[in-house]
Design a protein around this ligand. Structure first.
Ligand code: G6P
Length: 756
């Protein structure tokens, strides 16, 4: 039987039962009240008549008594009156009552016996009657009884009428309540259930655009099911990948493989990472507190590693709701669903942030290491802040690693050059690696930093110093060689300084391709066709290019725009047909150079647009706000080409993200030869971003490349990115670090075949 039928029967029975109960009590109450009224009425009449009858009974004036009772026989609903002497003998009676009165009713006998007034209802051949028997007294006691009978049949007929009305009421109430309830159930349960079922079907089928997610009462359920569905699809993807790997006997790194590897290598200790940028910021928004992932290549890379190993990530708390979301130890489990690792936040004052982050790190080291012709600025007070903040982070980290013996610590980037030595000083048993996410320049360039020795000494506290490519390792070793007293062991790329050995190794950072492939079109992500995507951006075009960058002078954004301008100049047939979508997230805007760059980028886009645009088309769509990965993926998937034109870049993960997203094996990558990624992706169209003509030609080549060539290039690039993914990066770095003997013992060099 269906739920609604069962529900209807249960509802009808319960409503009818309750209504009947109520009707029964109401009817009974009314009957009772009618009986009480009749009783009161007969008592009143009886008392006044008894006063008149008493002397007549005592005196034996039976004739007068007979006249008295006859006078009242027609009074209202009186059915008859009778008078008895003290022995119960009938003295006077109204006509028609003799049949009852002759048999001396029970109430009369009781009144005679006890001397009390008695009332009762009795059945007579003429119908139901009410009797009141009032004792009459003389000086010696009860001298007789006066009995008055009332017709009580009207109570029965009225009660029957009341019952009829009540039953009709019960029926009407039942019908109305059942109808309303079933309607409400239909609207509030059945319809959402049908909607939910459709949504689940879509989800199961992995539809790109499942029907809108159920809201209201079903929202928590829908939320849980979404989590379940995405875990299932991840498991399915992992199983497929495992099967593929088994089939092709490849040794690709996956999240699960890394997890097992780390478990085995760490042997019970935990993994710790430190960076300035945190993986999740909590920000206040209109609907409450939101979790936002900041635009950072470092975060993109490190996040999947921490997720796979459930470690602790120490980073600066920068979100405006960050303090509200941590516990008393400044820790919070992230991400929201399901939490996979711990984020420990460190708080910096405005002054500290100005000196450490904006000043020394980003006006000093950043331009020092990137050859992009922006002059580094070194201020003594910034250096001071840099040292203090490194100390602050070291304390937070020491606090976190306190319970662990020989913990494994991965320090990230140029913000923390001093941290490795600070940690080693306190915890010589810790195994510390620093990974430098930006280029390392040649010794002459680095030598202009007034505190180069201190930076190098801090870095050489690490057991492993990692860079993206061998060229950066070589630059680092040469810099150390020139600046410090140390022994460079070129045959094994290591620095030996005061008995401590630092291995210097290239680890090409990457993205998590296993997720990227399934994430490129995850359930729930609107995968828009190029035309509708562009229409949303207010343009109509046949071809589309994409660029995704922080607004940073190292990224070559104005140079890229000028390349697009030259392309439209040289190839007028593409005017009105090619649009370039540039996602540009404002970055480090308190620094004048960055602030000015936003205007420069906007002005360049506007100038070029003004030059070529038509009513429905413009060459550049500039989106200057931070976009989530979910927003960027459809752009990657829909583009004919992606442009990465960094003037200098450690690696550049946008290039790899674009390749990872293209599971259709379409799309061309235009890549700066000054980005680290160019060493791994020779199938990209390589450009010198300073050469505007070369950029223009590359765009044309990308658009006009034979389909087969495009597919082959993309297939090869995808194989590289899949093989050299972020899990391999982490496995190589952690493997190298774990081979280091703690307490400054000489490291066991790892067999490279082990983690290849
Ligand atoms: C580069 C650096 C990262 C940094 C990112 C974003 O990728 O190597 O350390 O997080 O830029 O910059 P931001 O200053 O916003 O953290």
């Amino acid at each position: 039987m269906r739920l609604t039928s069962r529900l209807s029967i249960a509802l009808i029975l319960s409503v009818a039962l309750v209504s009947m109960g109520i009707a029964y009590y109401q009817t009974r109450a009314q009957t009772e009240s009618m009986r009480r009224d009749l009783e009161r009425q007969s008592l009143m009449l009886g008392e006044s008549l008894a006063r008149a009858a008493e002397p007549l009974v005592v005196d034996g004036s039976n004739d007068r008594l007979q006249r008295l009772v006859e006078r009242f026989k027609d009074h209202e609903s009186v059915a008859g009156i009778a008078a008895y002497d003290g022995a119960g003998k009938l003295l006077a009676v109204t006509p028609g009552l003799a049949a009852i009165a002759n048999r001396t009713p029970k109430a009369v006998n009781e009144a005679l016996r006890n001397g009390w007034v008695r009332t009762a209802f009795l059945e007579s051949p003429a119908g139901p009657r009410h009797i009141v028997a009032l004792p009459l007294y003389d000086d010696d006691g009860v001298a007789g009884v006066l009995a008055i009978l009332h017709d009580a049949s009207y109570i029965e007929s009225r009660t029957a009428a009341l019952w009829r009305r009540a039953l009709v009421g019960v029926a009407v109430q039942t019908v109305i309540i059942v109808a309303i309830t079933l309607l409400a159930v239909r609207l509030s349960v059945r319809r959402p259930i049908l909607h939910m079922a459709q949504w689940l079907r879509d989800l199961r089928a992995g539809k790109a655009l499942p029907s809108a997610k159920p809201a209201g009462e079903f929202e928590p359920l829908a939320h849980e099911v979404t989590q379940l569905a995405s875990s299932l699809s991840e498991a399915r993807a992992a199983a497929q990948q495992e099967a593929r790997l088994r089939y092709s006997a490849e040794s690709t790194w996956t999240m699960d493989r890394l997890r097992l590897f780390v478990e085995e290598r760490l042997g019970g200790t935990r993994l710790f990472a430190v960076s300035n940028r945190e993986p999740y910021e909590h920000r206040r928004a209109s609907g409450g507190i939101q979790m936002v992932t900041p635009a950072s290549g470092l975060v993109t890379a490190l996040e999947p590693v921490l997720r796979s190993c459930d470690g602790t990530w120490v980073a600066q708390g920068t979100g405006d709701a960050d303090r509200e979301t941590v516990d008393e130890f400044d820790r919070v489990r992230v991400p929201a669903e399901p939490p996979q690792y711990t984020l420990r936040r460190v708080w910096l004052s405005r002054e500290e942030e100005r000196g450490f982050y904006y000043g020394f790190a980003n006006e000093g080291i950043w331009p020092l290491c990137h050859i992009a012709h922006t002059r580094p600025i070194f201020r003594a007070e910034d250096w001071q802040a840099y040292r203090e903040v490194n100390r602050k982070f070291a304390e937070a980290l020491l606090d976190e690693i306190a319970p662990d013996a020989s913990p494994v610590v991965l320090v990230q980037d140029y913000h923390f050059a001093l941290l490795p030595a600070m940690i080693k000083e306190q915890r010589p048993d810790a195994r510390v690696a620093i990974f430098w996410h930006i280029p390392w320049p040649n010794p002459e360039a680095f030598g202009i930093c007034p505190w180069q020795r201190e930076l190098l000494e801090g870095l050489l506290g690490a057991d492993v110093a990692g860079f993206h490519i061998q060229a950066h390792c070589n630059n680092f070793l040469e810099t150390v060689d020139r600046a410090l007293e140390s022994r460079i062991e070129w045959e094994r790329f290591a620095v030996n300084r005061a008995g401590h050995l630092t291995l210097v190794r290239p680890f090409a950072i990457s993205v998590s391709t296993d997720c990227a492939e399934s994430a490129a079109r995850p359930a729930g992500l609107p995968h828009l066709e190029r035309a509708s995507l562009l229409a949303r951006l207010g343009v109509r075009a046949t071809y589309m290019g994409v660029g995704v960058d922080r607004i940073d002078y190292t990224k070559g954004i104005p140079e890229r725009f000028r390349g697009i301008e030259a392309f439209l100049e040289n190839c007028p047939s593409y005017r009105g047909r090619f649009t370039f979508v540039q996602v540009a997230s404002p970055s480090r805007t308190l620094i004048a150079r960055y602030h000015d760059l936003i205007h420069e980028v906007e002005n360049e886009a506007e100038r070029i647009n003004r030059r070529f645009q038509t009513a429905n088309w413009r060459p550049i769509v500039l989106l200057t706000r931070q976009h989530s990965h979910q927003e960027i993926l459809p752009l990657y998937c829909a583009a004919d080409l992606c442009m990465v034109t960094s003037l200098h870049d450690g690696m550049n993960l946008v290039a790899k993200e674009f390749v990872a997203a293209r599971d259709d094996e379409q799309g061309a990558l235009i890549l700066s030869r000054f980005a680290g990624a160019s060493y791994e992706l020779p199938d990209a169209l390589m450009v010198n971003p300073y050469d505007t003509g070369e950029l223009a030609n590359a765009i044309r080549r990308a658009l006009e490349m034979p389909a087969r060539e495009r597919t082959e290039r993309m297939r090869r690039m995808r194989a590289v990115v899949r093989e050299r993914n972020i899990y391999r990066w982490a496995a190589n770095l952690i493997g190298e670090l774990c081979a280091v003997r703690p307490q400054s013992e000489p490291p066991l060099l790892q067999d490279p075949a082990e983690v290849a």
